[in-house]
Design a protein around this ligand. Structure first.
Ligand code: FES
Length: 166
C-alpha cells in the first residue's frame, strides 16, 4: 500500500477538489525521496515522494515560479534551486525565505539574505529592489492524488487542458 501525504484541505488548488483524476506515472517511477515533474496541458505538477507519503503541488516555486522538481527534498521539506526558499510539504508554508528577501505570506517584510554576523546589504534603489521587496512568497497549493493499479493519478481541473490553439 502506498502512503499519501495528507495536506490541509483549505490549501487545495482552485477547482482541483472537483476535478477528475488523470494518470501520471507509475508508483515504481517515484521511489522514496524522489521528485518528478508531470505535465497536464499547461499545468506542471510536482510529484514528491516524501518520508510521509506521496504529494502533488505546482511545479512552480511560490516565490518566482522556478521548477521545484529540480530542487532538493529532505524529509517533507522541498528546497527551490533558484533562491533557496524552502517549503514544508505537510503544511504548505514557507520555512525559509528566498535569499532575495521580500514578503512572507502574511505580509511581514524580510530583508535580502546576508551571511551570519553581517548586516543585510542595502539594495541599490530602483525598480528591481522595489520588486524584490514587494514580492510575496505564497503558500503551496495541492492537487489530490490517488493510486490505482500501481499508477499515480492526480486531480487536474479541465481548464488546464483546454486547447485554444484553434
Ligand atoms: S523562485 Fe524559488 S526561491 Fe525564488
Amino acid at each position: 500500500m502506498t502512503d499519501l501525504l495528507p495536506f490541509p484541505p483549505d490549501r487545495v488548488a482552485i477547482g482541483a477538489d472537483r476535478a477528475p483524476f488523470r494518470r501520471a506515472i507509475a508508483v515504481a517511477d517515484l521511489p522514496a525521496d524522489a521528485m518528478r515533474r508531470v505535465t497536464f496541458g499547461e499545468l506542471d505538477v510536482l510529484l514528491a515522494h516524501t518520508e510521509r507519503g506521496i504529494v502533488a503541488t505546482d511545479d512552480r516555486c511560490p516565490h518566482m515560479s522556478a521548477p521545484l522538481s529540480i530542487g532538493s527534498l529532505e524529509g517533507c521539506i522541498v528546497g527551490c534551486p533558484l533562491h533557496n526558499g524552502r517549503f514544508d510539504l505537510v503544511t504548505g508554508d514557507p520555512v525559509q525565505m528566498p535569499t532575495t528577501g521580500g514578503l512572507w505570506p502574511d505580509g511581514r517584510y524580510e530583508p535580502v539574505w546576508s551571511p551570519p554576523g553581517k548586516e543585510p546589504k542595502d539594495d541599490p534603489p530602483g525598480p528591481k529592489a522595489e520588486a524584490r521587496k514587494l514580492t510575496r512568497v505564497r503558500r503551496l497549493r495541492y492537487y489530490p492524488v490517488r493510486v490505482v493499479d500501481g499508477m499515480i493519478e492526480v486531480a487536474v481541473p479541465e481548464a488546464w487542458l483546454a486547447d485554444d490553439s484553434g
